[in-house]
Design a protein around this ligand. Structure first.
Ligand SMILES: NC(=O)c1ccc[n+]([C@@H]2O[C@H](COP(=O)([O-])OP(=O)(O)OC[C@H]3O[C@@H](n4cnc5c(N)ncnc54)[C@H](O)[C@@H]3O)[C@@H](O)[C@H]2O)c1
Length: 260
C-alpha cells in the first residue's frame, strides 16, 4: 500500500478522518494537499506531516463553493506537479431536528457541504486524474442513509450520505474509461471533532423507543479511531485495490448488523 511519487488531495483534512488519512497517505510516501475550510487546522496537519519528514501543504477552500474548491485543486496539482488520489471527505452533521421544523437554509447547508461538495471536488479533480493516466477517488459517506435509518432528526444528513453513494457509483462507471476508480466508505461511529459542527433542536420530539444491544458495536464496543478508518482509505487509494471500483465499504465494527 505504498504511494511513492503519488500526489493526494484530502478535503476536510484539518481534522478527524481527513487528518488521519492525510497522515497515512504521507507516511505511505505521497505528497499531500490538505484542504479545509479552516486555515488553522489545515496548516497544523500539513506542518505535522512536514515535521515527520513528509511532504504536505495546506489549501483553504469551502468545498461547497465551486470557485474555491476548483482553485484549490488546480493549485495543489500545480504545486505538486500532478494529482493521483482524491479523498472527498469534508462533511458536517449539520442541524439534527424534526423534518417539519428544518429550515430550508439548514437543509441547504448540509446538502451543499456533503453532497454538492463531493460533486465539485470530483468534477474539478477529473482533468488532473485524466492527465495522470488514472487515479483513485474515495468518498466518505456513512452507515446513516445507507444501512441505518435510526438516528432521529438526521433526515437531511442521511439523504446527503445516500446521495454520495449513488454519485460514487455513477462516477465509477463513467470514469472507468480513464482508469479512474471511485469508491465510497461507510463509517459507523468514529472519534472525531464532528460534534463541533453538530446542532440539535427539538430532536426529542422524534426519538424512538429503541435500545441498542451491548456491547455496541459488537466487535469493539467503542467508536473507531480516525487512524483505523485511514487504513481502509489507504487501501482504496493504493494500487492494492486496483481491481476495485464502484464499491461501498462498511467500516463499523459490525454496528449495522444489530438493530435496536
Ligand atoms: N465521525 C463520525 O462518526 C462519522 C461517521 C460516518 C461518517 N462521517 C463522515 O466523515 C467525514 C469527516 O468527518 P469527521 O468525523 O472527521 O469530522 P471533523 O469535524 O473532525 O472533520 C471534518 C473537517 O471538514 C472540514 N469541513 C467542514 N465543512 C467544510 C467545507 N464546507 N469545506 C471544507 N472543509 C470543511 C472541517 O473544518 C473539519 O476540519 C464527514 O463526511 C462525515 O459525515 C463521520
Amino acid at each position: 500500500m505504498r504511494l511513492d511519487r503519488k500526489v493526494a488531495l484530502v478535503t476536510g483534512g484539518g481534522s478527524g478522518i481527513g487528518e488521519g488519512a492525510a497522515k497515512a497517505f504521507a507516511r505511505a510516501g505521497a505528497a499531500v494537499a490538505v484542504v479545509d475550510l479552516r486555515p488553522g487546522p489545515a496548516e497544523s496537519v500539513a506542518r505535522a506531516i512536514r515535521d515527520e519528514g513528509g511532504t504536505a501543504e495546506a489549501f483553504v477552500a469551502d468545498v461547497s463553493k465551486e470557485d474555491q474548491i476548483g482553485t484549490a485543486i488546480h493549485r495543489a496539482a500545480e504545486r505538486f506537479d500532478g494529482l493521483h488520489i482524491v479523498f472527498a471527505n469534508a462533511g458536517i452533521n449539520g442541524m439534527q431536528t424534526p423534518i417539519e421544523e428544518m429550515t430550508l437554509d439548514e437543509w441547504h447547508q448540509t446538502i451543499e457541504t456533503n453532497l454538492t461538495g463531493t460533486f465539485l471536488t470530483v468534477k474539478h479533480a477529473i482533468p488532473h486524474l485524466r492527465a495522470a493516466g488514472g487515479g483513485s477517488i474515495v468518498i466518505t459517506a456513512s452507515v446513516n442513509g445507507n444501512v441505518l435509518f435510526s438516528l432521529p432528526g438526521y433526515a437531511c444528513y442521511s439523504t446527503s450520505k445516500a446521495g454520495q453513494v449513488a454519485f460514487a457509483k455513477m462516477a465509477a462507471a463513467e470514469l472507468a474509461r480513464w482508469g479512474i476508480r471511485v469508491n465510497a466508505i461507510l463509517p459507523g461511529g468514529v472519534s472525531t471533532n464532528i460534534g463541533e459542527r453538530t446542532y440539535r433542536r427539538n430532536v426529542e420530539k422524534v426519538t424512538y423507543d429503541i435500545r441498542m444491544p451491548r456491547p455496541w458495536p459488537p466487535l469493539t464496543g467503542r467508536p473507531a479511531t480516525p487512524d483505523e478508518v485511514a487504513e481502509l482509505v489507504l487501501f482504496l487509494a493504493s494500487d492494492a485495490s486496483r481491481n476495485i471500483t464502484g464499491g461501498e465499504f462498511l467500516i463499523d465494527a459490525g454496528l449495522s448488523l444489530l438493530r435496536g
